[in-house]
Design a protein around this ligand. Structure first.
Ligand code: IPE
Ligand code: IPE
Ligand code: MG
Length: 258
């Protein structure tokens, strides 16, 4: 691990890492366990990855924990997951404070069960003063849901006369997305575990130019080393934003305007 960490350039750490934490169910099934056991083990991975992300200087870690579409799973699994999320958040709050981590969320907070809402709100409040890593949970979230919410906000501002339609541009649109509060809105690096090459309705607007790393491993098996490997791979990428290699190479510090 030490050698791996040394291979990281501290000046090029991705500011925002987003993760599609997939494979809990398959991890459990392979061991003859209930799917919910996979989710329990997945929480341990969340703790590990939060630690290492904070350690290497990532500013924001967005974790896809429950999608809008996940409400369609069997009710018993949904209930178990919601219960687990609430319990885990409450249990981890003292450590988050100790590590100066601030918890935030994106998604439909009002759709979460009352008990989970109360525990989440408790953790948002208790960590609001923390100035280190922002741990941002995507809960009852989907990219299309968020885009539609943003469109509705813009429409109501335009209807009330506080916004002119001519002023709606990419900056104005991004400012109405639920990710607008993050220290870096667009993920530099998107990681997916569980081996599937798809985005499953995650951060559709924000991943326009994210670098993507897919791991075959299931989320409960994802290690700190794997995370650092993903960051190391990210640092080797050339981000061209539609330009030529010569253009970005000649001006590495150029501010890219999307
Ligand atoms: C990811 O693991 C966690 C959630 C979606 C809540 P899954 O539960 O999707 O596990 P697999 O993909 O079925 O193995
Ligand atoms: C993506 O995993 C959502 C989360 C990790 C919360 P899914 O298991 O829901 O995605 P699909 O169904 O494989 O696309
Ligand atoms: Mg899955």
């Amino acid at each position: 691990m030490e050698q791996l960490l040394e291979s990281i350039d501290p000046g090029k750490v991705p500011a925002h890492v987003a993760i599609i934490m997939d494979g809990n169910g398959r991890w459990a099934k392979a061991r003859g366990l209930d799917r919910s056991e996979g989710h329990v083990e997945g929480v341990n991975t969340v703790r590990r990855i939060t630690e290492i992300a904070s350690e290497i200087g990532v500013k924001c870690l967005t974790l896809y924990a429950f999608s809008t579409e996940n409400w369609n799973r069997p009710q018993t699994e949904v209930d178990a997951l919601m219960h687990l999320i609430g319990i885990a958040i409450e249990r981890e709050t003292p450590d988050l404070i100790k590590n100066n981590v601030r918890l935030t969320m994106i998604g439909d907070f009002g759709r979460m069960p009352e008990d989970a809402r109360r525990r989440l709100q408790g953790c948002f409040d208790a960590t609001a003063h923390c100035t280190g890593l922002v741990l941002n949970l995507a809960l009852s979230y989907s990219g299309r849901w968020d885009i539609v919410e943003a469109a509705r906000r813009l429409a109501s501002e335009a209807a009330s006369g506080s916004l002119s339609p001519a002023d709606i541009d990419q900056v104005a649109f991004a400012a109405r997305l639920s990710t607008a509060h993050l220290p870096a809105q667009d993920p530099d690096l998107l990681i997916r575990t569980g081996g599937d090459f798809r985005v499953s309705n995650f951060l559709l607007w924000e991943i326009a130019y994210s670098e993507i790393e897919v791991f075959d491993k299931f989320w409960p098996d994802f290690s700190k080393e794997d995370f650092v490997r993903a960051v190391a791979a990210f640092q080797k990428r050339e981000r061209r934003y539609g330009m030529t290699s010569e253009q970005v190479g000649s001006s590495p510090s150029r501010d890219i305007q999307l």
